[in-house]
Design a protein around this ligand. Sequence first.
Ligand SMILES: CC(C)(COP(=O)(O)OP(=O)(O)OC[C@H]1O[C@@H](n2cnc3c(N)ncnc32)[C@H](O)[C@@H]1OP(=O)(O)O)[C@@H](O)C(=O)NCCC(=O)NCCS
Length: 195
Amino acid sequence: MTFATPSLAPTTLSAKGLLLRPFRESDEPAVAEALRDADILRWATGSATVRAPVPERAAVWLGLRMAGWATGDAWFAITDEATGEFHGALGVREVNRLPDQAVVGYWVTPRSRGRGAARTALDTAAGWALAAPGDGGLGVHRISLDHARSNVASCRVAAAAGFRLEGVMRDFVKEPSGRRHDAHLHARLATDHPE
Ligand SMILES: CC(C)(COP(=O)(O)OP(=O)(O)OC[C@H]1O[C@@H](n2cnc3c(N)ncnc32)[C@H](O)[C@@H]1OP(=O)(O)O)[C@@H](O)C(=O)NCCC(=O)NCCS
């Protein structure tokens, strides 16, 4: 069975001093530096990137993310609105692969961590995706995310952005090393009210 994947209009969002914008080829050096971080590689890059030779990883990663908007994956560079400094990446993926749903993933560069970048980016992107098309959003009803149970930082980010914990998925995450982890499933609905 095949699913229709919508083409998404490249979009820019801003909140609390952050600018979330589509990736550009000129982001490659910043992405290459980020992909040297063990935790980003371990939890957040995907197998196509990890399988690529190290000198080609950033180009492989970036090419897939820039092309994603055409096939239902909205990938944003998280940047400083005033200086343009690159802080990380966030993808609202698989939009409408299941009706009215999307999946989100994110990472922040080591030097930008601990300043609320992930929480703000996740809350902002979720608000956009869950908003009605008439209000400039994607109109999805449910956005989910998962993280290895041991990834406490990601769990805190999810909760802080209103993604409620729904349960545990056994052996859901497989690290590039082959090690498997149980994962938390979190989701935020368009009808959720802040807790
Ligand atoms: C997880 C990650 C995205 C967090 O980014 P960040 O910008 O530092 O997170 P924030 O500053 O927005 O923090 C949000 C919350 O998480 C908490 N948090 C962040 N890092 C934490 C850590 N290492 N340990 C415990 N709590 C942490 C913050 O204290 C804050 O909690 P609060 O709302 O109760 O104050 C970042 O560490 C990262 O990129 N890690 C590697 C890749 C990864 O794991 N991606 C997620 C894959 S599921």
